[in-house]
Write a protein that binds this ligand. Structure first.
Ligand code: Q0Z
Length: 287
């Protein structure tokens, strides 16, 4: 990739490069983070699984909202995309009560200023999916926004537009996933705006790093649900008595191969495409 030289950003497990003035290259590494700490051991093919999944979803949702995808590169881990002006909020949709949503509900009966019915249990499905935007923290944690807080950042009209798009995207993917044995408990979108002022979906889409994937089988309200992809890693890390601060533990081969198998299984279940076919030609997910 000789033309992609300018490094313009780093995420915990991804890198962003400028191709030219209008295009970016998003590269997904095989790094894995658990309890917000990047581990010293990589999961082979994780970056390709996430890139392929995002490509699959971008190709199937462009009628709901246009997106930034231009092409997938031959390496399977790099996405060429349109460079946008990003909106300063994270667009979260929750169909189930987990993580910070569960914590907030338990403390106040509300999530992002929205009152929920009484008596819901941890991991329970909500009566309707809810839109729960947050700030984009540069360090530390994103903070929940109520409607007024989100409108102050992007305006009422744009907020209505991203809320409608986010809920429609979530319903589409959640219906698809559950028919393949995976619950999409919640997910996070990032949107930008192009030169015409058109809203465009960006970043990654319905990957295990931007969403909670739960296996339908072992799901049970009233306790935390196991993660489809990271559960072996979490269980192993906890079994060591690790305090969840940097540096994280190295992973034994058994945990690496078990976790890799789970990523590949998520890819194959959701796309219906053998991972080997994607590795041979990433374009298969766009058909
Ligand atoms: C995405 C991020 C990553 C670090 C900026 N299409 C776009 N246009 C403009 N900006 C972005 C995008 Cl996707 C953009 N991020 C998140 C990704 C490394 C930060 F790989 N930041």
């Amino acid at each position: 990739m000789p033309e992609a030289t300018l490094h313009v950003g780093s995420g915990k497990v991804r890198e962003l490069f400028a191709v030219d003035g209008d295009r970016l290259l998003l590269v997904a590494s095989d790094r894995i983070s658990v309890f917000d700490v990047v581990l010293p051991t990589e999961i082979p093919d994780k970056g390709r699984v996430l890139t392929g999944l995002a490509g699959f979803w971008f190709a199937r949702t462009h009628q709901i909202v246009p997106n930034h995808l231009l092409s997938l590169r031959e390496d399977g881990r790099s996405t060429e995309c349109r460079r946008l002006e990003m909106l300063p909020i994270e667009c979260v949709v929750r169909g189930y009560l987990a993580g910070s949503g569960w914590k907030s509900y338990r403390e106040s009966g509300e999530v992002c200023g929205q009152r929920l019915p009484e008596g819901l249990k941890e991991s329970e499905q909500l009566p309707e999916p809810i839109f729960t935007p947050t700030t984009k923290a540069h360090e530390g944690h994103d903070e929940p926004l109520d409607r007024a807080g989100a409108a102050a950042l992007i305006g009422e009209e744009r907020l209505d537009e991203v809320e409608r798009a986010s809920l429609a995207l979530y319903r589409f993917a959640s219906d698809h996933a559950v028919s393949r044995g995976i619950i999409l408990a919640d997910t996070k979108f990032e949107f930008g705006v192009d030169g015409d002022g058109t809203l465009v979906l960006a970043d990654e889409l319905f990957t295990p790093d931007s969403s909670r994937f739960w296996p339908v089988d072992s799901f049970q309200p009233g306790r935390p649900a196991p993660s489809f992809d990271k559960q072996y890693v979490r269980d192993y890390a906890e079994s060591l008595g690790w305090d969840k601060t940097y540096p994280g533990p190295e992973l034994p081969d058994k945990v690496v191969t078990g976790t890799r198998r789970r990523y590949l299984e998520a890819f194959e279940r959701l796309t219906g495409i053998p991972f080997a076919a994607y590795a041979a030609d990433p374009q298969v997910v766009l058909a």
